[in-house]
Structure formats: structure tokens, C-alpha cells
Design a protein around this ligand. Sequence first.
Ligand SMILES: Nc1ncnc2c1ncn2[C@@H]1O[C@H](COP(=O)(O)OP(=O)(O)OP(=O)(O)O)[C@@H](O)[C@H]1O
Ligand SMILES: [Mg+2]
Length: 305
Amino acid sequence: MNTLSHFATPQLQLLHRGKVRDSFRIDDSTRLIVVSDRLSAFDSVLETAIPHKGAVLNGLANFWFEKTAHIISNHVKGMVDANAMLVKEAQPIKVEMVVRNYLTGSMLRGYQGGQRTFSGVTVPDGLTKHQQFPEPIVTPTTKEESDREITPANLVSEGWVSQELYDKMAEKALALFKVGSDLLAAQGIILVDTKYEFGLLNGELILIDEIHTPDSSRFWSAADYAQNPEGAEQMDKEYIRQWLIANKKDGAYPRALTPEVTQEAVNRYLDIYQRVVGQPLATAGDTEDVTERLTRNLVKAGLLK
Ligand SMILES: Nc1ncnc2c1ncn2[C@@H]1O[C@H](COP(=O)(O)OP(=O)(O)OP(=O)(O)O)[C@@H](O)[C@H]1O
Ligand SMILES: [Mg+2]
């Protein structure tokens, strides 16, 4: 099937190749983020790219940046293609602002091991797996080789951020989380947890990176959660993870997916997009090669010759 597994061009300087996104330098104040169809599971990128996944993630991020612009300015300059966004170059703040509303993931593992304080936030005894917190909590980490749980006080004393800036980031993160949770709840989706990244642009705090995408957030189906909270699973990726676990050979996960599993993953991503945005992904029916379309759109935008 027609996918964008990575993008490269001799005309643009590659700034960064992440697990999923390829970022390019346009000029001092502008970068191009190309969201590929790569999928990472268990911390490694699969050989099989998922058709439409990049457009779904890029489209969702763009949707949320628009929906939250009244809370905080963001880095978006414009969508140049379904898979690519032109953004303002900011001075990134090396902190991930994680917001959680349910006990799951790494925090659940810590909790089950007896930990009660996470990045300076203490939660009560007696919580059960996937239980909702009384209020969403902010559990920041540093952005380093391997992210580290850290208290706001230590973020300040280690010089990652000033107290004033941290307070503003925490306030904005919670406000963003509320907008996200409310809108998703109306679509039967629980925003379980997510992370935000911020940057400074001419001294102003802005939202960068991505927002409320399946790669930066956990989504559960509200119906699944109501039926069996402890059994709630990530709407996008859990299906693939389970397939990888079931098909482990000699202790290693498969590197590639079957066409059937890939198709199921595509359906899940397209379904999430449609539920959130309220209309189908515009490019879902396209048959044109994605790299060709992207290149054509970059030329049209004057970014490539
Ligand atoms: N507008 C921006 N200005 C400057 N830096 C940005 C902007 N938007 C995002 N970034 C940074 O660009 C980098 C791109 O990261 P990307 O998510 O593609 O890969 P990664 O974070 O290194 O790895 P992973 O794939 O695990 O997320 C991040 O460090 C992010 O903070
Ligand atoms: Mg990242």
C-alpha cells in the first residue's frame, strides 16, 4: 500500500529524524515537520508503515492547535500537505509536561511497586488500576537521553526552567487538557493522559511539537472503560501490541505486520480521526503516491524547486 515511510530531499537540511517525524530546516525562523507513516511499538519502529497514519496525526495536531489557540499561541505557520506542517522555530524548553487523569502506564507500575509521589505529586493509597484521579495531575519529566521524573522545585533548581515559567506551563497544560478531555468526551473518547512541549519565541511562551495525537496521548473508548475499567486499552496501538506479543518468536517481536493487521490499524487511526474531527480524513481515498503529492505541495509552497 501507498505509504510515507520517510522523507528526504537534497534541497532541505534534515534537522532531526525522530521515531515518527522528520524535521527540516527552512530558514532561521521556520522548520518543516513531516509526519511519516512509521509506527513505533515497544520503543522500536516497525518495518511496516501504516497508510494514512501520518496524515491522521498531522491532521489531528493541526485540529487541536486551532481548537486551543485561545489558550496559548502555538508554532503552526500552516499545513503544506496532509503529512506536513510548517512551524515557527522556537527555543524548546527541555521539559515534557505530562498531564494524567487516570492511574495507568509507567505510573501504575510505580504505584503497584509502592510509589506514592510522582514528580512531586502525592496520590492517595488504595487506588485501583485505571482509576480516575480526583483532578488531572501534572507530572513533568526532563527531556534528555532518557526522560527523568522530576519535581517542579528541582526543574527550577537544576535550571531547566524558572519558577514563573513552570507555573505558567503547568497552568496552560491543565487548561489544554481540559479542552481536550471535554471535546473528546463528547465523542465517547477518554483523554487518559498526554504530554505537552513548550518553547519560547521572542520571549513569549508558545506550544510546540504536537498536541493530543495518539502518539503523544493515551485514548480509551469511554464505552470500554464503563464496561470494564481495568480492561480499557489504548484505542490505536494496543491491538498491534497484542498482536506483536502473540507472534513473538525466539523472544523477539515481529519486525513487520501482516496486511490484515496493517489494515485493522489503518481503520483504527481513520476512525479516531473521524470521531475527533467530525469528518473523514480528506486524503483517505487518495491513490496518488504520498511522496509525490508531498513533493508537489512543497514545490507549490515555494519550499522546493
Ligand atoms: N517549533 C519547534 N521549534 C523548535 N523545536 C521543536 C519545535 N517543535 C518541536 N520541536 C522539537 O523537535 C524535536 C522533534 O522531535 P520528534 O518528536 O520528531 O523526535 P524525538 O522527540 O527526538 O523522538 P520521538 O520520536 O521519541 O518523539 C523535539 O525535540 C521537539 O521538542
Ligand atoms: Mg518527540
